[in-house]
Structures are given as C-alpha cells and as structure tokens.
Design a protein around this ligand. Sequence first.
Ligand code: MTE
Length: 448
Amino acid sequence: MGDLSKQPGRLRPAPENFLTEEQVKAVAAGRRDFLRKSFMAAGAAMAAPLAARAAEGDPAILNLPEWSKTLGMPVALNPYGQPSKFESQLLRRESPGLARVGQASVSFAPLQGLFGIITPSGLHFERHHQGWHDIDPAVHRLMVNASDPAFLKKPKVYTMDDLMRLPSVSRIHFIECGANTGLEWGNVAVPTVQYTHGMLSCSEFTGVPLKLLLEDCGVDYKKARYVLAEGADGSSMTRTIPMEMVENGEVFVAYGMNGEMLRPENGYPLRLVVPGVQGVSWVKWLRRIEVGDKPYATKDEAVHYIDLMPDGMHRQYTSIQECKSVITTPSGGQRLLEKGFYNVSGIAWSGRGKITRVDVSFDGGINWQQARIEGPVQNKALTRFNINWVWDGKPAMLQSRAVDETGYVQPAYGQLREVRGTKSIYHNNAIQTWKVVESGEISNVQVL
Ligand code: MTE
C-alpha cells in the first residue's frame, strides 16, 4: 500500500504528516520502543509525559540536533514565505473523477489540518466554471450600469486604482459553495472531511461596500430592487442579488484577502463578497454590476444551484447557507492511535448571523455536551469549537450540532430528508457523523 502520507485524503495517519504506515502499525500493535529510536516519531510520543520520555532516554531530548549547533538560513531567502517541508501533505485536492476537466472543477480545502477560523490563502478552496486567469489589474474595469436609465443617474466605469482609493472595510466571512456536502445527499460518498465539507473557506476580505458605489452612481433604491453581478471569465457567471442585501451595507467588492491582494484563483483583482450567501454569488473577476427591478433568471440561478424537492418541483433562488458544523479532527480517514485524551475540534457557521452554541455527541446523537466556543464570534464567519474527550477504546459516533442567533438548530439527516428528499445536489447542512471503531480507524457514516 506504500506510504500512507502520499495517498491524498483517503486514509491519513493521525497526527497527520508525522507517522509513516509502519509507525502507525507499530503504535497500534502496542510497540512503542521504536519511539526511542526515531526522531520522526516524536509526534506519537506526545501521549507520554515529557519527564517519562526523558527517563526512557528519548534521543530527541538527549542528542543536540543540528539546528541547535549550526547557523540557520538568512532572512529573505524566501522573499515570499512558504510552509515547512514537513507540511507538504496539507494541500487542496481535487476529487478524482468529479469533473471531466480541471477548468470546470473544484479543489477542496484540507479542513482536517487547519486551526482557528482563517483559511490560509494558498489553501482556499477553488471552484471555477471555465478555468481561472491572472488578470492584469491595470486593464481590469468595473462597470456599474442599469437595465433602465431611470434606476441609476450616472453609470460609471471604475479602474482598480479608483476603487482602491475609496473608503474600505475589512471583514471576516466564510464562503461555502452551495454544493458543499452535495455528494452526500443520497448516502455516504467520500471518506474525509476534506471532501465532505472542503468547499468552505474563511478569510478576512477587504474592499468597498457596493452600496457606496451604487450611491456614487446615483441609484434610485425605490426603483432598482435587484443587482446583477457579472464575472470577466468565459463562464458568463452572472447572479442576481436582492437590493436589501446591498442596502444593509454587507455586500462589498473585494480586492483584499487575508491582508494581501486576492489570489488569482479566488478572483484577482476583484470579486463580490456576499456574506452568508452561497459561493456562486461571490462573482470572481467581477467586471459589471447592473441594477434592475426584477430577478434576472440567469442560467446559474434558473437551472443550476436550485433544489429538486420531493414533490418534483425545483426551488430557485435559495441563497442563504443555513447553520452547519462539522468536527474536523478527529475525522474520517484519520486514526486514533491510543486510548486517552483527545481535543475534539471543529467549525460551525451560519449564513444568518453568529453561532451561539455547538453541542457534541460521542454516541451518535443520544447524549449531547456543550462544546467550548472560541471567540470572538463573528457575523457570518467560521467559528471554532473544541471539546475534551477521553477515548476508552470502544466504538464511538462523533457528531456536532450548531445553533445560530436566530435559534435555528442544525438538522439530522432524517429531519433534512423529510423536507428535502434525497435528490438534491445543493444546500446539505445535515449533522455529520464520524464513526470510531476499536482499531481507532474513523470513517464517514450517516445517522438519521
Ligand atoms: N465567478 C466567476 N466569474 N466564475 C466562476 O466560475 N464560481 C463560483 C463563484 N464565483 C465562479 C465565480 C462558485 S460556484 C463558487 S463556489 C465560488 O466562486 C468559489 O470561490 P473560490 O474559487 O474563491 O473558492
């Protein structure tokens, strides 16, 4: 089977990137002696108290390593910093066979290896309908116009330079593709959290409220009740946004992500940020905003990103991503190597505001305990939760259930399917279950 760490997102040792398949087997078989021989196994030795390890003669303590005896690397060797070579397995990954070409596909964020709430820009998930471009900001333009001259007094064209001189805002928000967890509607389909939930990322975005631009162009809010956003790529990506979302100041045109310019894959030099709304409305490479008086019924809202309901009808214009959560570690494809303490950690989010509570179950939803929420809790952003767990070596079913500030409680699969059936692709926010068996292996299962 080879080195497990080279098998993308299928079965990964825990803690990831530290142990080879042989080392995992050794620990599982109760042979801990190799720990004394190998520095690389230091990750697994964490279960033993430091003093005990020193007494056993841990070479990682007894032998002074190279880096304590030699001169290190100079500053600016990497003018743009890179992650450690030991983290080389933490990558966004494309699901094999999901799409026929990489230009109309998705790469998933490795949620199982991330901490806190911010997704590093290089690991932000990607979803393109017609490939990505690295567009020269000097020739990029944003046009603001109207379907009827009565809606907007002065249509305008902005350069990037014009936009970046306007008053800006910086806000942390999650973006989740409406198709996230979509493979799981009928049944379990993929093994790890990277593939079940990885069309999700959270960043600090910086840009200009769309309201400010529309008012600069003399919008008439009484007449113009919708906005159409259009991207500059070949996919003719166009989405309707109701004007209330713009008027409340939440929607903005962003050029910044996590303190630097957007990455090309994520819309450089300009994208729309529509907090709480499914990712497809966050139009990338944004080149035009049109104001109008009715929804535009474009292809990506009339026939795609719609929900097939049990009665055979299609539900259109579902836009808000409902409250959802998932345990990211321990999670599918990982393996608990020993009984004992685990910090169970996960993320929760809601397109309707802040997360107020997350409960965790270790027995498939029979008993629940309140998790610790790590603040500050932000509006329409990922929220990190943690809870202590001592694994007794017996089978367990790990679940998390989030509640948002509207009081909405994340549904179980049974509850969601009662209303939505099983034929949808989009908007699956059901409770995720990770099953732990006696060997410590963890897999994706569904509990109704
Ligand atoms: N905008 C344009 N112009 N073209 C696209 O293909 N994909 C949309 C949206 N905006 C897309 C787009 C979809 S479906 C999603 S989920 C998000 O961008 C993904 O954003 P990301 O690639 O930055 O994660």
